[in-house]
Design a binder for this molecule. Structure first.
Ligand SMILES: Nc1ncnc2c1ncn2[C@@H]1O[C@H](COP(=O)(O)OP(=O)(O)OP(=O)(O)O)[C@@H](O)[C@H]1O
Ligand SMILES: NC(=O)c1ccc[n+]([C@@H]2O[C@H](COP(=O)(O)O)[C@@H](O)[C@H]2O)c1
Length: 297
């Protein structure tokens, strides 16, 4: 099937061939008619997905139920396209498969969407608009006892990602206004990116930004998981067993063997691991030798 093009909101959206939104877990009826229906979307590399990516949704769910008038109808992971060209990014096809294994086996309400992954790079504003189009225009929104209603699509992200919104040249003003002003976001605190600072610098959109403090500190990152694979260290309980099996079967993050001083220099050059000092860094004693490797987010 040829790529399908349609105009929507701020941008023209293009569907990859044979694309259809996964919606088997999307709740199509609003339980409480006084609540505002929302769908959560987390954008990122997911290289690979970790338990904390799944946990972010549970943290947001608790916060939403206890503090807001929103009702969650579903949650999606949207892996970034290969064109993002981040160091060490394995192919989108594998990252989508890993997210599908994780969501299907570990969650009762989360899904993965391949629209962003399987095409050219798409800005986050366009990704959220894509969900808006698929859920509200194609599927017709959510049923309520008073008829159909539109669903608000909201970004779920860590405070490091929201922190990049204040860095010059990373996000356009129009995109920020669209993502934060129109869609809105839940921000999960991440070690090393203080919630207050992140939200203060985006004060103009404060009403649509929901910061969520971590009750249990967890600084797991995909970078650390990749490093563990490359060092032949155990990653059990950092990510789902089915994802670990998939990575091993497809040899996605090959074991480098014992690490030498020279290799550690290369890791730093490739951007895979930041060996410079940082507030959030921790010393981890490698079990592959006597070297101490500094890991940071
Ligand atoms: N430990 C964590 N705490 C809070 N947010 C997190 C954490 N890990 C990932 N996230 C968030 O999950 C989303 C997707 O993250 P991403 O796939 O980039 O993972 P990552 O661990 O940051 O990856 P990498 O180490 O490859 O940069 C981002 O919004 C990111 O901020
Ligand atoms: N201008 C934008 O839309 C913009 C800028 C920076 C990052 N992002 C998104 O944030 C996510 C960042 O992922 P990583 O943390 O893995 O780099 C990606 O999904 C990327 O597309 C979007």
């Amino acid at each position: 099937m040829a790529a399908q093009i349609f105009a929507h909101k701020t941008t023209a959206l293009t569907n990859p061939p044979n694309y259809a939104l996964t919606s088997h877990r999307l709740c199509r009826t609003l339980h409480t008619s006084t609540k505002q229906p929302i769908v959560l979307v987390a954008c990122g590399s997911f290289n690979p997905i970790t338990y904390h990516h799944l946990r972010m949704f549970e943290i947001a769910k608790d916060f939403i139920q206890q503090n807001t008038n929103f009702e969650i109808l579903g949650g999606y992971l949207s892996p970034v396209s290969d064109e993002y060209k981040k160091a060490g990014l394995v192919s989108a096809h594998h990252r989508v498969n890993m997210c599908a294994l994780a969501t299907e086996q570990e969650s009762s309400w989360l899904m993965v969407d391949s629209w962003e992954a399987l095409q050219t790079y798409q800005r986050t504003a366009a990704v959220l608009d894509h969900f808006d189009y698929e859920i509200n225009t194609v599927l017709g929104g959510v049923s309520t006892r008073d008829g159909e209603r539109d669903v608000q699509i909201m970004l779920l992200a860590g405070s490091d990602l929201i922190g990049t919104m204040s860095e010059p040249g990373v996000w356009s003003h129009d995109d920020l206004d669209h993502v934060l002003g129109h869609h809105g976001t839940f921000v999960i605190e991440r070690t090393g990116a203080a919630l207050d600072q992140v939200v203060d610098s985006l004060a103009r959109w404060r009403n649509n930004i929901y910061p969520i403090a971590q009750q249990v500190q967890n600084d797991v990152s995909s970078t650390k998981v990749r490093l563990f694979f490359r060092r032949g260290l155990s990653v059990q309980y950092l990510l789902p067993a089915a994802v670990i099996d998939y990575i091993e079967q497809n040899n996605l993050y090959p074991d480098d063997g014992p690490c030498t001083e020279k290799d550690r220099g290369k890791e730093s050059e490739s951007g895979e691991v930041d060996t410079t000092s940082s507030e959030s860094g921790r010393n981890v004693q490698s079990t592959l030798g006597t070297e101490t490797t500094r890991l940071s987010n």
